[in-house]
Write a protein of this length. Sequence first.
Length: 384
Amino acid sequence: DDETSKLKGLELMGDDYITKPFNSRLLLAKIANILQLNQIRSQANKSPNTQQKDRQNYLQLLAVLKINRHLSEKFRLFVPEQFLSRIAPQGLDSIQLGEATEEELTVLFCDIRGFTAIAESQNARDTFKWLNSFFQQMSACISAHQGFIDKFLGDAIMAVFDKHKCHSFNALKAAVMMQENLKEFNANYEKYNLIEPVKIGIGIHTGIGVIGTLGSEKRMDSTVIGDVVNTASRLENLTKTYGCSIIVSEPVISEIERCKNNCQTGEYIEDKCSIINKEEYSDTQLQNNNNLYSEKIYYRRIDKVTLRGKQKAINIYELLGTENNIIEAEKISNLSIFKKGIKGWQEGKFAAALEYFQQVTRQNYTDSIASLYVERCLEKLGLA
């Protein structure tokens, strides 16, 4: 511990010293300090070339991260986020063929009427232009009501609604908005070299579907499959038969009625991940949720049919609009008369039903469904 020994150690380039008997904590602290000092020296002694190389590596890493982020954003244009959350929960590298989940959801099919004839009447570039503009408007309606597009099928759209237990409510409101946005699109149909305004049919069904990846190891696609998809497609096709714009199934109507009842009683808010007790929500949050799903929906039962490929008949309904967005005002105005006609038809009172349906057609001669029942009643009465 003498001064001569200390000076000799420093002259030999020692960074520090310690004398006996030494404290173990002090020894460890001095060793850690010397190691850190040595690391600082090493960094300072790096050659300019090494420093430049390290900076280049860092910039390259940033560029790779930027490219990956950009590719991920572009990838989401082809595969919706709702799919990725299911098929790639650990990132894009985790996507595997056959990854799938089964759940209740609502599927919407939208198809353009007479598209083949339209495409034949103009060149392909014009068709491409107005079709993209049309899809843009329809897509905005779907996204606005928490849905996502599964795929574009030529001139058709298949959309899926999976948010909350009231996904059928979201699908109905999206369908009504699509009809309204179609009016805006048709206001300028001539600029797309279209001969007449575009018309669409929409079918909606609620049921169990499987969301996942389908295909092969070399080429796969994300999609929804199941009876819910087939039924929604067949309902859309029935809009041609009945001459109306939107047809929905009984499970859709049942769910929106249940959803409205839950909102009115304030029982709970449920989504596919959890059930949240209402005490966990503020009064404002509960009120906003209630307002979202308490809007009145106008619809009418139009028939009971056995869809192609099915054995069991189901009730089908025509959607007429919502409280804030009415698309069939005349049909809503005589809704009570139409319902009396349907009741008479179901009970086999064809003469009374005929009178009600004729009354509807006198008030609204464009009501093709009422006209259809007039013909049916006349046949039953032997007057056709």
